[in-house]
Structure formats: structure tokens, C-alpha cells
Design a protein around this ligand. Structure first.
Ligand code: FES
Ligand code: FE
Length: 438
């Protein structure tokens, strides 16, 4: 195996080495270099509105608990007892005063501090200083309702980590003054595939939709295929490994097939979006688009499915998905959007099923040693880079492109190689560094 991770790809020639989707050793390095370092999506604010609400999830293979504090802030800490290590919380979510470990009964507060020992009389005075045996805390920050965490003290701020991607995120998160929420509960699903196939599909693979989703799309749309995307009006944009591929014609998105009132509602919102976020972003709003946030969070604007790809070894991931809506939307519209998500991008949805099977195939073939020695082609649109007056980031013309995937793998290699954050190169010129994007 290579120890310079940029040798697993040549992004000028447009290929990526298949071993990054298979090798256990590379996966272990991802856990160290990406999941123990990068900011990761943990939960939406609306999932834990009240003090002592909690939600359990993973950062890499590290189980964590996120808990709302009395002062409204959120703490994220390891879900492992400091006594013998048992999980202190086996629930997915809930509300509690403390987490009491099953094994010997140590009790931790929702702030992660060790509050009490059961049968404390077995300890002599001086055996334990409880203030030193709390749960390991992550750094926590949020962007417009999305809570993120990292265990790396040296990591840049969340604002810097997101960079100019905030300009795009606002199209989803800042449509009005009410903010967003997740509705209808979350869904978990397991796929026997490498986690990166999910992320790269959402970061910029509009191409597969024309083929993989053709029959599903036609079945939902009176036998008509995807609307042709005009290459001069659609783009890939990426920065720091995050990517958004989109049209700019405000086309109806596919989830609202069968949900015409959602389309009508979006059209009513568009002029208000233009006032708030400017003409360009109002045109991106509602267009056929897909998005990933590095390393493992994705969503479909318009359709409103939102998910994380939690790695479970190199050949398996756990997908958690929700529907994201604006709090201020009428109930009827929220429900219609939710139904649209369930019919399309849900484990039982028309379009989601097509994808999972493909990603399992992409992954399992690499069990073959000869197969694994090969490369995969990532050269689509390799010469289409442009400078765009209004669109920040690394921009390529046309949403049918491998550009965002190439930038995603470049960022992946940058983090895999870096001994410290100073060694992680900035690959684009920020326009909004330290500035608000609305
Ligand atoms: Fe948790 Fe002993 S392992 S109390
Ligand atoms: Fe798909």
C-alpha cells in the first residue's frame, strides 16, 4: 500500500485507485485522519429542543452522545464509561437526568461529568477524583441549526472548515427567518458498501440519475425522462471537499412529482428568496441538485432528504436519514414534502433502492485481487473549469461532471496525508472568509 495518499489518484488524468474502497488499512487511516479530525454533522437542533434531550450517534467508529444543556448549548462526548468502558447509553435518543452505566452503576450527568458511583463504600477516600473521570468531550459548534463536532483541538473553526460552502448552505438553511427542522423521525438503514460511494454520489453524480433512476423517474412522471440540463446553466461547485451540483433554472425537483402543491409553494417562495439571498441563489433554489458536506453528510435541496453515511468498516455503512423543512412552512406543505421524500429517497422509496444496490456492487467486486489492482475513471468534464462572477469555490460548467468527486478525493488525500492542519492545503480562493454570507 502507498503511504502518500495522493498516489491513489491522478486527478489531472482523472482516475482513482480502487483500493481506497476496500483495504482495511486505508479504512483505519480514515478513522485516524478524517473521522478523528474533521468536523462532522451530529444532529439538527430540532432533534433535541429541551434541556436533557439527548441523541446518540457515531464519529467514525467512536460512539458519541449529544446532549442539550440547561443553558441551551449542546455537549458531545464519548459514549463509553471511564470505569471498564461499557456503553453508558444504549438508547437512540430520549430525555434523561443522567446516564447510569449497566455494569457497576457509575452515573454521568448530561454534561458528561462523573456524578456518582454506586456502592461508593467499596472505595477508600482518595481512590478516585471524580472530577477527572468524566467522559471525553468533543468541540461543538453549529451552523444555522446543524450541530457539528470534532475531537481535534487543533482543527480550524467550523466556519473555516465550511468556508465559502456557507454561501451555498444558506440556500437550504436560510430561506426565511424561521430556520429549519427535521420532521417525521429518523430512519436507519445499512448498506454493504464503502461509505465514500454514498458521499460521492451526492457530491456530484447527476450523471447516474439519467440511467439508474430513469425507469423510476418515468414511472413517477407520466413516462417522461429527466429534463435535459443546459450545460451553460448548470454547475459543479466545491470547496474543502464539500460540493454542490445544481441547475440555475429553478426547475421543479423530482420529489415534488405527485406533490404539485409543493412546487407551487416553492414558486411563491422564489421572489422572497431573491430578496434575501440574491437572484442567483433564488434560481439555484428548487433546481435539480445534490450536495455533500465533507466528510459524510449529504442532502438533496428541493427533495429535502438529509442524511449521514456512518462508516461500519470499509465495506459497510449505516445510513441515517431525515426530512428537513422550514419551520414556517404550512403543515400541509411539510407533510407533502415528507411524503415526497418517503416515495423517493427512503429505503423503500422508488429511487433510493436503485442506488444502494449499485454501491454494494461497486464495493464487493474489489474482493477480487486482480479487479482491485485497477483504476476507476473520474475524468468527465475535466477541462470544464471556469471562473464565475457570482459562484464561489472551484466551479465547473455543467452538472454532468466528475469535478466535485475529484475535489472530494483531493481533500480526502490532503487530510489522509496531513500530520497537522497547517499541512492541509487550501485549494480555492475564499470570497467569504470571516464574512457573513447573507
Ligand atoms: Fe461502567 Fe463499570 S464499566 S460502571
Ligand atoms: Fe441516486
Amino acid at each position: 500500500l502507498e503511504n502518500d495518499y495522493s498516489r491513489y489518484m491522478d486527478l489531472k488524468e482523472g482516475w482513482v485507485d480502487r483500493r481506497i474502497f476496500w483495504e482495511q488499512e486505508i479504512y483505519e487511516q480514515e478513522l485516524e485522519q478524517i473521522f478523528a479530525k474533521a468536523w462532522q454533522f451530529i444532529a439538527h437542533d430540532s432533534m433535541m429542543p429541551n434541556p436533557n434531550d439527548f441523541y446518540t450517534t457515531y464519529m467514525g467508529e467512536d460512539g458519541v452522545i449529544a446532549a442539550r444543556q440547561k443553558d441551551g448549548s449542546v455537549k458531545v462526548f464519548l459514549n463509553s464509561c471511564t470505569h471498564r468502558g461499557n456503553k453508558i447509553c444504549y438508547a437512540d435518543d430520549g430525555n434523561t437526568r443522567n446516564f447510569t452505566c449497566n455494569y457497576h452503576g457509575w452515573a454521568f450527568g448530561t454534561d458528561g461529568e462523573l456524578k456518582g458511583l454506586s456502592n461508593e463504600h467499596v472505595y477508600d477516600e482518595g481512590d478516585i477524583d471524580k472530577s477527572k473521570w468524566g467522559l471525553k468531550q468533543a468541540r461543538v459548534d453549529s451552523y444555522k441549526g446543524l450541530i457539528f463536532a470534532t475531537f481535534d483541538e487543533e482543527a480550524p473553526s467550523l466556519e473555516e472548515f465550511l468556508g465559502d460552502f456557507r454561501w451555498y448552505l444558506d440556500i437550504m438553511l436560510d430561506q426565511d427567518d424561521g430556520g429549519t427542522e427535521f420532521i417525521g423521525g429518523g430512519i436507519k438503514n445499512y448498506i454493504n458498501a464503502n461509505w465514500k460511494f454514498g458521499v460521492e454520489n451526492f457530491v456530484g453524480d447527476a450523471y447516474h440519475a439519467l440511467w439508474t433512476h430513469d425507469s423510476g423517474f418515468k414511472a413517477m412522471n407520466n413516462n417522461e425522462g429527466f429534463p435535459p440540463a443546459d450545460p451553460t446553466d448548470s454547475y459543479h461547485a466545491s470547496m474543502n471537499g464539500h460540493g454542490w451540483e445544481f441547475g440555475t433554472e429553478g426547475l421543479a425537483d423530482i420529489a415534488i412529482l405527485g406533490q404539485p402543491k409543493v412546487l407551487e409553494y416553492y414558486e411563491k417562495m422564489r421572489p422572497k428568496m431573491a430578496e434575501r439571498l440574491g437572484e442567483m441563489r433564488s434560481k439555484i433554489f428548487g433546481s435539480l441538485a445534490s450536495v455533500s458536506l465533507f466528510p459524510n453528510c449529504s442532502f438533496l435541496p428541493g427533495i429535502q432528504t438529509f442524511r449521514v453515511w456512518l462508516p461500519r468498516g470499509p465495506h459497510k455503512f449505516e445510513m441515517r436519514m431525515w426530512t428537513i423543512v422550514n419551520k414556517n412552512m404550512p403543515d400541509e406543505i411539510k407533510q407533502a414534502i415528507n411524503i415526497g421524500c418517503m416515495q423517493t429517497f427512503n429505503p423503500a422509496g422508488v429511487l433510493e433502492m436503485d442506488d444502494g444496490e449499485n454501491w454494494e456492487g461497486n464495493t464487493s467486486v474489489n474482493k477480487g485481487v486482480v479487479t482491485r489492482r485497477g483504476k476507476l475513471h473520474y475524468g468527465c468534464g475535466i477541462n470544464r473549469r471556469i471562473e464565475h462572477e457570482e459562484l464561489p469555490g472551484i466551479v465547473y460548467a455543467s452538472q454532468f461532471n466528475d469535478a466535485n468527486q475529484r475535489q472530494f478525493y483531493e481533500r480526502w488525500a490532503d487530510l489522509m496525508n496531513a500530520k497537522s492542519w497547517d499541512q492541509v492545503p487550501t485549494r480555492y480562493t475564499p470570497r467569504y472568509a470571516g464574512k457573513k454570507t447573507v
